[in-house]
Design a protein. Structure first.
Length: 480
C-alpha cells in the first residue's frame, strides 16, 4: 500500500520538495523578510543544524526551513461534507492509510462546556436536531449535545487536498489527545473529570474508540476499564496489546498508567489498570523539581501497582495510586509507540519546569506474572535546561526514520515544532507564525502531529481557532 520510508534520511538523497497551497516567496522576498538576526536566533535554538533556519511565511501562518511548504485545510467554521460545521480547537490526531494515495485523519476537538458557539452544531447549536440522540454520548442541562468530539478527514497526498470530512464522535467533553490502535482506530481521550450534574447528564473523563474507516458517527461507548481521570493521550504496544496512558493535571501530581486488557482487540471487555512505580516507591520524584532525582540518559527499573475504584467518583485515583508507591509525573501529555519502546512528554517537568521527554522499554514479560524477573526500564531521555531550545513539550510522534516530532504548548509565547534525534539532540522544524490566536498575547499551541504512512507528509494542527497543515519537503536533507 505504501512504500516504507524508514531509511529515508540515511539511505536516500532524493529531495521531496512538494509544492503546497502556501508557496514560499521568491528568494528576493525571503532575503528581505528574514533578517540575519532572525536566522541567527533560529540557529541558536537548535542543538543540531537539522533542516536549517526558518524562513518567514508571507501568509503569516507557519514558518518552515528552505524547501519545505504546507497545505492548510479544514479550518474551524468551514462546512463539512455531512453539513455540520468544522469545530474549533483542533487537538490530538492520528493518521491511517486508506489506499495508495489517500489517508484518513481522525482529529480531536478539545471543546469544553463553555464552547457552545464553537462546536460542530454551529451558532446556538441549531444543527443539533440533525444528530440522532443515540449517537450522542451526553447532553448538557439544556438537553443539547456536549460540545467535544472528533472529526474524520480524508486527505489526498497526490493532490495535496482535503477530499471530505465529517463528525465522527460527539457528545463528549475536552477531547485532548489520544492514540492510534494497531487495528486502525483512534482512541480519543477526555481531559476532564466533569461530573453528572455539572452541566452534564453523565460523568466524563473517559477514553472512546473511533474506527478510522467509519463514515458516520461512532458508538459513544466509554472504555471504563481504562479509568476515569484527566486523560491526555494513549498508545498501544502492538506486540502485547498493553495500552499506556498519560494524565494531565495542572498541579503536576500525575501518574503514568497502563491498561492490561482481557481481550487486546476488544478494549471495552475490561482489564486491569495499573500505575508505574520506581525503585524508591512513593519517594521517587522523576519530576526533578526540587532536586535532580536523575540526569538525562539515566535509566531506572520499574514495577507497576494495581489500582482499584478506577471509576474515580471522588477524584482521588492518583492519590490512592501514589499511596501505593506510584511515582508522580509533571503533567504527562503526548505519547507514541515506536520500535519496541515508547516516548512520552511531561510538559512541566524539570528544574526549569520547561518539560521532559521519557523513554520506556517494556519488559519482555510485560504484564505477565513473572515480569519482575525482567522489569521494564524507564529513561529520562531529554530534559532541556535552555527553554529557548524547547519549552513545554506536548503532543509528539515518532517519524518513520526514528526522530521525535514534538509540539510546544507555551502560554504567552511563540510555539515551535521541534525535532529530536535518536541521540536526544533537539532542532527546530517549524514555528507558529499566527499571532493573536493564543493566550496572554502569544500564539496558539501546536498539536496532533503525525506522519503519513509513506513518510512524505507531516500533519500538524494549529489548535486555535483550528486548522490542519500538511507539510512536505526535503526530509532526506537532515544535517546533524
Amino acid at each position: 500500500m505504501f512504500t516504507s520510508r524508514r531509511r529515508l534520511i540515511q539511505g536516500t538523497s532524493a529531495t521531496l520538495a512538494f509544492s503546497g497551497l502556501a508557496r514560499y516567496a521568491s528568494a528576493q522576498d525571503r532575503a528581505r523578510q528574514a533578517s540575519a538576526a532572525e536566522i541567527e536566533a533560529d540557529a541558536y535554538r537548535s542543538e543540531v543544524y537539522g533542516y536549517g533556519p526558518l524562513r518567514s511565511d508571507p501568509a503569516r501562518l507557519f514558518d518552515l526551513p528552505e524547501g519545505f511548504s504546507y497545505t492548510a485545510f479544514s479550518r474551524a467554521g468551514e462546512p463539512m461534507s455531512d453539513d455540520f460545521v468544522t469545530p474549533y480547537k483542533a487537538d490530538g490526531m492520528g493518521c491511517f492509510p486508506l489506499d495508495d494515495h489517500r489517508v484518513i485523519l481522525v482529529r480531536n476537538h478539545e471543546l469544553k462546556p463553555r464552547d457552545v458557539e464553537r462546536s460542530a452544531y454551529g451558532p446556538e447549536r441549531k444543527l443539533a436536531a440533525k444528530m440522532p440522540a443515540d449517537r450522542v454520548y451526553d447532553f448538557d442541562d439544556q438537553n443539547l449535545p456536549a460540545t467535544g468530539g472528533t472529526t474524520t478527514l480524508v486527505y489526498d497526498l497526490r493532490k495535496r487536498a482535503l477530499e471530505r470530512s465529517h463528525l465522527s464522535l460527539t457528545g463528549t467533553s475536552t477531547n485532548c489527545a489520544g492514540g492510534v490502535t494497531p487495528w486502525g482506530s483512534w482512541l480519543s481521550c477526555e481531559e476532564t473529570t466533569q461530573a453528572k450534574g455539572q452541566e452534564a447528564q453523565k460523568d466524563h473523563g473517559w477514553v472512546f474508540e473511533v474506527p478510522s474507516q467509519l463514515k458516520g458517527v461512532a458508538d459513544p461507548l466509554p472504555i471504563t476499564g481504562m479509568g476515569r481521570f484527566r486523560h491526555e493521550a494513549a498508545c498501544i504496544d502492538p506486540r502485547t496489546g498493553v495500552v499506556y496512558l498519560t494524565e494531565d493535571v495542572g498541579d503536576g501530581l500525575c501518574l503514568f498508567y497502563r491498561y492490561l486488557p482481557h481481550d487486546r482487540t476488544k478494549l471495552l471487555a475490561g482489564g486491569r489498570l495499573q500505575a508505574l512505580a520506581l525503585p524508591e516507591g512513593a519517594e521517587a520524584d522523576p519530576r526533578n523539581w526540587e532536586e535532580a532525582y536523575w540526569q538525562p540518559g539515566d535509566w531506572r527499573n520499574v514495577h507497576w501497582v494495581d489500582l482499584d475504584g478506577v471509576d474515580n467518583p471522588y477524584e482521588d485515583l492518583r492519590y490512592r495510586g501514589h499511596a501505593k508507591g506510584a511515582a508522580w509525573f509533571a503533567r504527562g501529555e503526548g505519547i507514541h509507540f515506536g520500535q519496541g519502546e515508547l516516548y512520552f512528554t511531561c510538559t512541566s517537568g524539570g528544574l526549569q519546569k520547561g518539560g521532559q521527554i521519557f523513554r520506556y522499554v517494556p519488559s519482555p514479560r510485560e504484564g505477565q506474572a513473572d515480569e519482575a524477573s525482567q522489569p521494564g526500564r524507564l529513561q529520562l531521555f531529554v530534559e532541556q535546561p535552555d527553554t529557548r531550545v524547547m519549552e513545554m513539550c506536548d503532543n509528539l510522534a515518532i517519524s518513520p526514520w526514528g526522530h521525535l516530532m514534538v509540539c510546544e504548548d507555551k502560554v504567552g509565547g511563540i510555539n515551535y515544532l521541534r525535532g529530536v534525534t535518536p541521540e536526544g539532540k533537539t532542532y527546530t522544524l517549524g514555528r507558529n507564525a499566527a499571532a493573536g490566536a493564543g493566550d496572554v498575547g502569544g500564539n496558539s499551541e501546536l498539536a496532533g502531529v503525525c506522519f503519513s504512512p509513506d513518510g512524505t507528509t507531516l500533519f500538524v494542527n494549529i489548535y486555535m481557532p483550528g486548522v490542519t497543515l500538511a507539510i512536505t519537503g526535503p526530509w532526506a536533507k537532515f544535517r546533524a
